[in-house]
Design a protein around this ligand. Sequence first.
Ligand SMILES: [Mn+2]
Length: 312
Amino acid sequence: MKEKILETIKQYNTIIIHRHVRPDPDAYGSQGGLAEILKASFPEKVIYTVGKEEESLNYLRRMDVIPDDTYNGALVIITDTANQARICDDRYRLGDKLIKIDHHPNEDAYGDMLWVDTDASSCSEMIYEFYLAGKDKGLKMSNEAARLLYAGIVGDTGRFIYPSTTEKTFSYASELIKYNFSRTELYDSMYELPLHIIKLNGYVLQNFEMNEQGVASMVLDKPLLEKFGAKPSDASLLVSTLGDVAGIKAWAFFIEEEDQIRVRLRSKGPIINVVAKKYNGGGHPLASGASIYSWDEKDLVMKDIAEVCKDY
Ligand SMILES: [Mn+2]
């Protein structure tokens, strides 16, 4: 499939790359990394990366703003995005051909061509693999592409500690760090948090609830977020910190937004994306997200999480 994708890329002059809404470093890393590889390899082609910008990821890349007619006859590639509803910028349909490159379970097999590898730690890892497969056929790596792909791998593996991290992940990372970019600067941008978020994290650690079965939850409603001067997207950054609690099996953050309550689900083993799917969401088996529309539904979600933990 990698070879076929490269052949298709060679046939198009304009290539527009999308990724998912609420982007993370792997979304930006795979999208921008692929764009930079293609720019370095085919200087005559016009490559765009589009989508609503996430301010906290500006250090990785700024998005292009393009008119609709740019899509005429263009190749559109979507990275790191499992389903069409999560693609950022609906205009992805306007192109001539659509390619999906992703590492999430392939539940929505959209696109004219698909390359899905659920064993990959990150979509950025797949993009590096794409480069390896094509380097004798014209693909070139650049320092900026390497920086972006490395950021995506580090982000999606939780700095190489999640079980999705494989020998391949380390091997690719060791090749990427040979390029010229500052890892120190990158880590600072990725992991330093503003003071008010650190304080909110302290509050989370003091106030989350956990039962004897290791099922935990934390509610971050509007008044609480306002008290700490935090946005819902800030609160999402804190979800993984409960993973360090001894005895925890699975947990949920309920984060109140304007029009919904975002549910962030994490697990140390029990498969929780089945719960996410039941509540308008989805994602990885051990890390997924859902949406509920009233606080009454919170207990239902927690009951369902307790149910999947019971069998574990
Ligand atoms: Mn990813």
